[in-house]
Ligand binder design. Structure first.
Ligand code: WTA
Length: 651
């Protein structure tokens, strides 16, 4: 266990306050959460704090609210109307930056909501968004919330097919996209990809297109609409639709252990209350803070920690359009200096990448505005943590290592400087936040002693938890609640140390984290096997010094195909086409056998051991033990042909 001593003295920090709050929250959760919920604006108070019909939780039942009102109206009606809500930094710098105050955000929100209504979107309708990191993305999300429509944002790095699958699963009637988006100076042709997707999405009635990159696009008469041509020049007030607390705010797809991504459905009331609280506890947000979360809005971190929590607090934040290393590798440090960022929240992949560029890049800039640093999405190693602490935070800023998931909706285990900052340990997410009843258990469901690895589970419902999986209550029940009845299975391994600190060790299931992006092994294998040359494919994750993990494919070709660099390239291209550039494998090995058990299950741990050059372990359950030699031979012979890929994106 890495229990590294830190340069500050943490012995006397009053942890008791946190422990007392945590104890109270678990003893009387309903009272505790009702108290928290009163900090938000409700149009009608709830009748019941919690209806728990395991595994389905309904929070603040009967209460009515509107997320866009909480995020925008209440600030626009206060002194914050002139406060900056969003400093938007375009990839190409000053020529392309925008500053939106809360009153500007309010005006835009109303105009966008009016347009959605004019185009026939109403309460309960699903609206898909496939957009670059431009202010129109959060504004459209809030505009959906304003009229009670349910947004489903699809990360702009996903392919046409992935977009179409998500649109068809939600039956969205509208898609909002842009002509293009900038990434490392290149234009991503989003509209062209959207066109390809929508061709197989009969539910889509209209496509709204935001002009961003000025690249040529096709506009289909009667279906496609330019935003700037249709927005009314004047603001028309659109009254926020009061929705019941359990009206879905959004659906967001995430990968699991089967081939088909899950549409995670989040509520409005419970989600907003919990996010509001965890944001305050974790980031210690103050009126004068300048907050920057580097995630893409297309992932849950962007939903909760760029859109809903910071805006609910009336925070000032930076949103950056582009890549961390464009045009230069000190781009992020330059942005921190330019806006005086005080809270900087990013991913371990980004930290490792920036560490690779060296602290000399950070030293070119004045980072003295920083007060707090954060990390999310993957385990952070003590080395990366200490580099971040020392060279970016200059040993002044606590680091909040925040553990959570798309399903949990908000941060669950993390240091909480907004309550009291526990003494930190490099690489530990410290303790569960108030209201979070976390435990680590063994195969039999019994709690494990300290320093023993086990499954991380949650034993009580929490307000931010998902309502379920869209159109699939059975999958919701079986994925999360069946293995250990009454306990939510997170899918992660964790361990506590002798001081009770939680250390998250990574996924315990067949889900990969590639640069913080979540991808299912089954999803990748299905995609690979859909290529005409492939008879069967097996995928494993390989430890990667920057991305955390990278994708490695072992492929069995159909008899009529022979291995060649061209077939390999085709397969790589195919995976990018079916899922998106985030699914680009680092290596593809052609083999004639895959290691399988007698029941036909692929033993992926053997593939992993081969690519990571670790001991193979027990192979007695293998059907054909020569498969191991075959895999080793393919790996050794074909490694030289594949030098590995640079990092393409960060979470
Ligand atoms: C991983 C991202 C270690 C974990 C918010 C989890 C982490 C998955 C941490 C969820 C952390 C997230 N330390 N691992 N601080 N935070 N993870 O749904 O494996 O994209 O189950 O949500 O990311 O990924 P998701």
């Amino acid at each position: 266990m890495n229990d590294l001593s830190l340069p500050f003295d943490t012995k006397y920090m009053p942890l008791a306050k946190l422990q007392e709050m945590h104890r109270r929250s678990l003893e009387s959760p309903e009272e505790f959460w009702a108290e928290q919920a009163r900090q938000l604006d409700w149009f009608k108070p709830w009748d019941k704090v919690l209806e728990w019909d395991p595994p389905f939780a309904r929070w603040f039942v009967g209460g009515q609210l509107n997320a866009s009102y909480i995020c925008v109206d209440r600030h626009a009606k206060s002194w914050r109307r002139s406060k900056v809500a969003i400093y938007w930094e375009g990839e190409s710098g000053d020529r392309n930056s925008r500053v939106l105050s809360y009153s500007t955000l309010y005006a835009e929100l109303n105009r966008f909501a009016a347009l959605l209504k004019k185009l026939g979107v109403s309460k309960g309708d699903r609206v898909a968004l496939y957009m670059p990191m431009i202010p129109e993305l959060p504004i459209f999300m809030l505009a959906c919330a304003r009229i009670g429509a349910i947004h489903t944002v699809v990360f702009s790095g996903f392919s046409a097919q992935a977009l179409a699958d998500r649109i068809n699963d939600t039956q969205a009637k509208m898609l909002i996209t842009a002509d293009g988006g900038f990434r490392r100076g290149k234009v991503l042709p989003l509209k062209a990809t959207a066109d390809e997707a929508v061709a197989s999405c009969p539910s889509i009635e209209h496509v709204i297109v935001v002009k961003r990159a000025d690249n040529p696009v096709n506009m289909k008469d009667g279906r496609d609409i330019w935003l700037h041509e249709q927005l009314e020049p004047e603001t028309h007030y659109v009254a926020p639709e009061p929705v019941e607390s359990n009206h879905p705010l959004y659906i967001l797809y995430t990968s699991g252990t089967t081939g088909k991504p899950k549409g995670i459905v989040h509520s409005t009331g419970g989600y907003m209350v919990h996010n509001y609280c965890s944001y305050k506890w974790v980031f210690n947000i103050k009126e004068e803070s300048v907050y920057w979360c580097t995630a893409d809005v297309g992932w849950v971190t962007g939903h909760s920690e760029i859109v809903y929590a910071p805006l609910a607090h009336g925070a000032a934040m930076v949103i950056y359009e582009g890549a961390p290393d464009y045009p230069d590798v000190d781009r992020w440090w330059q942005i921190i200096e330019k806006y005086g960022v005080s809270i900087f929240y990013t991913s371990p992949t980004a930290i490792r990448m920036l560490k690779g560029f060296g602290e000399k890049e950070a030293d070119k800039h004045d980072l003295s505005s920083l007060e707090l640093l954060g990390s999310v999405g993957e385990p952070i190693s003590p080395e990366a943590w200490l580099w971040f602490y020392k060279y970016i935070g200059k040993e002044r800023c606590p680091i909040v290592d925040t553990w959570w998931q798309t399903e949990t909706g908000t941060i669950m285990i993390s240091p909480a400087p907004g309550i009291v900052c526990a003494p930190l340990k490099a690489g530990s997410a410290t303790f569960p936040l108030p209201g979070v009843d976390a435990e680590i258990i063994d195969e039999a469901g019994n709690p494990v002693p300290p320093e023993t690895r086990g499954y991380l589970v949650l034993k009580k419902p929490w307000p931010g938890m998902m309502l379920g999986i869209h159109n699939n209550p059975d999958r919701y029940r079986s994925t999360y609640w069946e293995r250990f009845p009454g306990k939510y299975l997170s899918g992660d391994y964790a361990v506590t140390d002798r001081d009770g600190y939680f250390w998250i060790l990574g996924r315990a299931d067949e889900v990969l984290k590639i640069a913080g992006h979540r991808l299912g092994i089954a999803e990748l294998e299905d995609a690979a096997a859909s290529h005409p040359s492939i008879a069967e494919a097996a995928v494993t994750g390989k430890a990667d010094p920057v991305k955390g993990e990278s994708i490695v494919v072992f492929a069995l070709l159909k008899p009529e195909f022979t291995p060649s660099p061209q077939v390999r390239q085709d397969l790589i291209y195919h995976l990018r086409k079916v899922i998106g550039p985030i699914a680009t494998p680092e290596a593809v090995y052609f083999t004639t056998k895959l290691p399988k058990t007698r029941s036909g299950k692929i033993m992926r741990r053997i593939l992993k051991a081969v690519v990571e050059n670790t001991p193979i372990g027990d192979i007695s359950t293998l059907e054909d033990q020569t498969a191991v030699d075959e895999v080793i031979k393919s790996f050794q012979e074909q490694s030289a042909e594949q030098p590995g890929k640079p990092v393409s994106s960060t979470g």
